[in-house]
Design a protein around this ligand. Structure first.
Ligand SMILES: *Cc1c(COP(=O)(O)O)cnc(C)c1O
Length: 371
């Protein structure tokens, strides 16, 4: 078997044609029609009014926090198990991240533990729809309303996922997407903020373009950033969006086949569907129980690597890592995050993966786990 990568983009639609158009017309920087078209189309796809394209998922989170006025002295709730980008963004604005443990079943923020972590300084909750699984937005929205908190959705891993019939990204004040190369749709590097609030959208537009007055060139009302997306990137994004349903279906088929092959293997836990929720398969992830399986997670990953299969461990809990340890509050425990982090791994799940490859990967996993 040739090398099977964890995820590869599928770029076989209008990507090349749209990029050619940028080159032919000279619109290769951040001006040009593809940026506007991509913003409009992606916001429309998610059922949100305004899309604000920017450099990547992390700049999107930074802009969201700035636009909502989160600053030094404020606290922001983030799940302990996530890619580190949202907590970094909280630190950029000088606020304090407050970690909350995740749920062992859904892997997402444990909604029963949020209230205990709130103080008079808490201003917002960043919910992360981890591995394409929507968070429990009903209780979270209720809590936010009760305590006057902003919700920022980190949807970097969940393009197209739905909760109670609505797309993720349509629940918070602002939602943030990444279009990095391994995400469900990609622009190479890229990001977008969505919001229904015109004022917030305008604030973010100014911030991402140096803080410059949109009606008075070179006049700055505030310190801003250059977080612009290029027309070339947006051209790729628009072509990707045209086939997002195909991409999502392809990944669902891959996940279903993995589930079918792995669900009854002792020592392996697969992700279960949740009621009234559409999961999307960003990465296909499983848990390996070291008490039942012949090999533990790390040994399994090493063997898969020898068999030319690329994998990823689940994220490390934030509270354990050097730059974030200092934010842990006394008496806080993160049992579920720790439990999942040592057991979880992601298997290849790119849109190009064939069912033959999925069978080969699952077969190799089963051989190792069963012994
Ligand atoms: C990928 C990712 C991001 C950051 O995206 P970049 O575009 O790489 O900055 C943020 N949050 C989560 C949960 C991610 O998976």
């Amino acid at each position: 078997m040739k090398f099977i990568s964890i995820s590869q983009p599928v770029l076989e639609g209008n990507e090349a044609k749209y990029i050619q158009e940028c080159l032919r017309t000279n619109w290769i920087s951040s001006q040009g029609k593809f940026v506007k078209r991509f913003e409009k189309a992606f916001a429309g796809y998610c059922g949100v009014k305004y899309g604000v394209a920017n450099s990547n998922g992390t700049t999107a989170l930074h802009l969201a926090l700035l636009a909502l006025g989160i600053k030094a002295g404020d606290e922001v709730i983030v799940p302990d198990l996530t890619f580190a980008s949202p907590v970094n963004a909280v630190v950029y604005v000088g606020a304090r991240p407050v970690f909350v443990d995740v749920d062992k079943e859904t892997w997402n923020i444990d909604t029963t533990k949020i209230e205990k972590a709130l103080t008079s300084r808490t201003k917002a909750i960043i919910v992360v729809h981890l591995y394409g699984r929507p968070c429990q937005m009903r209780p979270i929205l209720k809590l936010a309303k009760k305590h006057h908190l902003f919700i920022i959705e980190d949807c970097a891993e969940a393009h197209g996922a739905q909760y109670h019939g609505k797309k993720v990204g349509s629940f918070g004040e602002i939602s943030c997407f990444s279009f990095y190369g391994n995400k469900i749709i990609t622009t190479g590097e890229g990001g977008m903020c969505l919001t229904n609030n015109k004022n917030l959208a305008e604030k973010m537009r100014i911030l991402l373009n140096h803080g410059m007055d949109p009606n008075k060139k070179y006049w700055h009302k505030q310190v801003g950033f250059n977080y612009r997306l290029t027309n070339l990137q947006a051209a790729v994004g628009l072509a990707q969006l045209e086939k997002i349903n195909w991409l999502l279906n392809k990944r669902t088929k891959i996940a279903n086949l993995y589930n079918y092959l792995l669900k009854d293997i002792p020592g392996i836990t697969v992700v279960k569907p949740e009621p009234r929720t559409r999961l999307v398969c960003w990465m296909y992830s499983i848990l390996v129980d070291p008490k039942i399986s012949r090999v533990d997670r790390n040994q399994l990953m090493a063997t898969l690597k020898k068999n030319n299969i690329e994998t990823r461990p689940l994220f490390y809990p934030l509270h354990q890592m050097p730059p974030y340890k200092k934010y842990v509050k006394k008496g806080q425990a993160f049992k579920a995050a720790q439990y999942l982090s040592v057991r979880g791994l992601s298997l290849p799940s790119g849109g190009n993966l064939t069912s033959k490859e999925v069978r080969y990967i699952a077969g190799t996993v089963i051989k190792m786990v069963k012994g």
